[in-house]
Design a protein around this ligand. Structure first.
Ligand code: PRP
Ligand code: MN
Ligand code: MG
Length: 181
């Protein structure tokens, strides 16, 4: 098997740090949504780990649904122009929606998604992102819950990929420059 450790510069957030932060956020969500229904929506694929762990950390019933999106054009996801590959199965009419994401980088994906979902008449719509890169943000998506603000470095693991690799790492790490240069 390949030696993944040599492809990582350093661990930024350990499994334990991620779990502790998600527990903190879950307590806030439980308080904020007390007595109200809650629908968690995650965007494939990066958000799957956050969704799985946050949903199980919540000590209350929630519904979950998933969307798959892809970017138009030659550029990467940061174009901000998004096409729906797999839409939601659940109607948002009158629902309290919490979008669960792994990272806000430029913010363009979430900016588009929030507008798209808001047009479906939910009772409320908020964003929970485990990571945010303040120095990379092009549009503010005003997330209600943010786990960690991180430097503008290439991070992988816990759902986050580089060329579809490293998603299954339990921690979040900075990718070694020799991997992508
Ligand atoms: C990544 C990440 C976020 C988005 C953030 O997804 O999971 O969804 O980019 O970038 P932005 O703030 O600049 O829009 P990606 O498009 O790589 O797809 P993936 O989740 O399948 O990895
Ligand atoms: Mn993503
Ligand atoms: Mg990706």
């Amino acid at each position: 098997p390949e030696d993944v450790a040599s492809e990582l510069e350093k661990v930024l957030l350990s499994e334990e740090e991620i779990a502790a932060k998600l527990a903190e956020i879950a307590r806030r969500i439980e308080a904020d949504y007390e007595g109200r229904d809650l629908l968690l929506i995650a965007v494939l694929k990066g958000a799957v780990m956050v969704m799985a762990d946050l949903a199980r950390e919540l000590k209350r019933p929630v519904e979950v649904d998933f969307m798959a999106v892809s970017s138009y054009g030659a550029s990467t996801h940061s174009s901000g122009v998004v096409r729906i590959v797999k839409d939601l199965d659940i109607s948002l009419e009158g629902r309290n929606v919490l979008i669960v994401e792994d990272i806000i980088d430029s913010g363009l994906t979430l900016h588009w998604l929030k507008q798209n979902l808001a047009s479906r008449n939910p009772a409320s719509i908020e964003v929970c992102a485990l990571l945010r890169k303040p120095d990379a943000m092009k549009v503010d998506v005003d997330p209600r819950y943010v786990g960690f603000d991180i430097p503008n470095e290439f991070v992988v693991g816990y759902g986050l990929d580089y060329a579809e690799r490293y998603r299954n790492l339990r921690s979040i790490a900075v990718l070694a420059p020799h991997v992508y240069s």
